[in-house]
Design a protein around this ligand. Sequence first.
Ligand SMILES: CCCCCCCCC/C=C/C(=O)SCCNC(=O)CCNC(=O)[C@H](O)C(C)(C)COP(=O)(O)OP(=O)(O)OC[C@H]1O[C@@H](n2cnc3c(N)ncnc32)[C@H](O)[C@@H]1OP(=O)(O)O
Ligand SMILES: NC(=O)C1=CN([C@@H]2O[C@H](COP(=O)(O)OP(=O)(O)OC[C@H]3O[C@@H](n4cnc5c(N)ncnc54)[C@H](OP(=O)(O)O)[C@@H]3O)[C@@H](O)[C@H]2O)C=CC1
Length: 290
Amino acid sequence: MNDQSPQKPNWGLTPEELATHKTIFAPDLLEGQRFLITGGSKGMGKAMAFLCARLGAKVMICGRREELLQETQSQAKELIGADIRYRAMSVRDEDQVDALLDETFEEFDGLDTLVNNAGGQYPQNAIDFTRKGWKSVLDLNLNAPWWLMQGAAQRWRDRGAPGHVVSNVAHVERGMPQAAHTCAARAGVIYLSRTVATEWGPLGIRVNCVAPGAIATEGLSDYPPEATQRFNNVNPMFRMGDSWDVAEGVVYLSAPSGDFITGEVLTIDGGMRMWGTVWPAGVPEKFQTY
Ligand SMILES: CCCCCCCCC/C=C/C(=O)SCCNC(=O)CCNC(=O)[C@H](O)C(C)(C)COP(=O)(O)OP(=O)(O)OC[C@H]1O[C@@H](n2cnc3c(N)ncnc32)[C@H](O)[C@@H]1OP(=O)(O)O
Ligand SMILES: NC(=O)C1=CN([C@@H]2O[C@H](COP(=O)(O)OP(=O)(O)OC[C@H]3O[C@@H](n4cnc5c(N)ncnc54)[C@H](OP(=O)(O)O)[C@@H]3O)[C@@H](O)[C@H]2O)C=CC1
C-alpha cells in the first residue's frame, strides 16, 4: 500500500509500482484489444494505461500537458516494454475530441474500449458558484464524455463493429456537498450511459461506469491538506483506495468478464456510498456533530 500522508509530494502509485503491481488478470487477457483512455498521464488513467498495456492491449492516452504524456510514454517503454501512444489535447474542445477519435481509429484500425476518465472540479459551496465555473465543470465532466462516447459510437456503427464505453464518475446518490457541479455532471453521465446502453445494445455497444470513492492520486494534491487528511476517514474502511483498485475494475468491465454487463455502475469506494461525506472545502460548523 502506498504512503497516503498528505505531506508526501507525489500522491498515488509510482511508475515502478504500476509496472509491477500484482494483478488478478491473465497476462494475455487484452491481447489485440485497443483502448483510448482520456486523462491517462497521471492518477487512475495512468494506472489503467499501464495495466491494459501489461495485459497486451494497444493504448492511446490524452491529456493537456504534453510533458506528462511523454513521461508516461517513456516510463511505459522502459518499465514494461509497451508502446503507449498519446495526443496532447483538451477534452473540453469538441474539435480536438473529433481529431482524437479520428487519429485513434486510424492508428489502431478501430477501437474496442473508450475510457472516459479525464475530469475534475474545484470545491465550493454551490450558492457561491459563478456561471463560468459551473459551465467549466459541466463542460469537462458531462459534455466532454458525451462528445467522446457519441463520437466513438458513431464510428463503431459506421464500421459495423462492437464497442465498449466506461466512464469514470463518482457515487452521486447522496449528493456531494461542496461539489454540486461535479455531482450534477456525473449524475448526467450515469443516466446518459444507462439510456444509451439500451439504445446502443443492438449495435453491440456496451456502456458502463465506474464510481470511485476517495482514491489516492496526484489529483488529490490539488486539494488543501485539511481536506485530503479527511479523505482517509470518509468510508467505513478508514483509508483511501488506490488507482489500481479502479484500473482493475475498468479491465473487469472491458474484458470478456464484462461481456454481459451494460448500463452498470461499478462502485469502488470502500463503502463511502453508505457512510462518509468528503466536505472538500471543510466541514461546516453545523455538521460537526460527531
Ligand atoms: C470537489 C471534490 C469533491 C469530491 C468528492 C468525492 C471525492 C473525490 C475527490 C475527487 C478528486 C478529483 O477529482 S482529483 C482531480 C482534481 N483535479 C482537478 O480537479 C483538476 C481539474 N480541474 C480543473 O481543471 C478546474 O477545476 C476546472 C474549473 C474544471 C477547469 O479550470 P480552468 O481554470 O481551466 O477553467 P476556466 O474555464 O478558465 O474557468 C475557471 C472558472 O472556474 C471557477 N473556479 C475555478 N477554480 C475555482 C476555485 N478553486 N474556487 C472557486 N472557483 C473556481 C472560477 O469561476 C473560474 O473563473 P475565473 O475566476 O474567471 O478564472
Ligand atoms: N481521486 C479521487 O478520489 C476521485 C477522482 N474521480 C474522478 O476520476 C477521474 C480521474 O481522477 P484522478 O486520477 O484522481 O485525477 P488526476 O488529476 O490525477 O488526473 C487527471 C487526468 O486527466 C487529465 N485532464 C484533466 N483535464 C483534462 C482536459 N480538459 N483534457 C484532457 N485531459 C485532462 C490530466 O492531465 P492534464 O492535467 O495534463 O490535462 C490527468 O491526466 C477524474 O474524472 C476525477 O474527477 C472521481 C472520484 C474520486
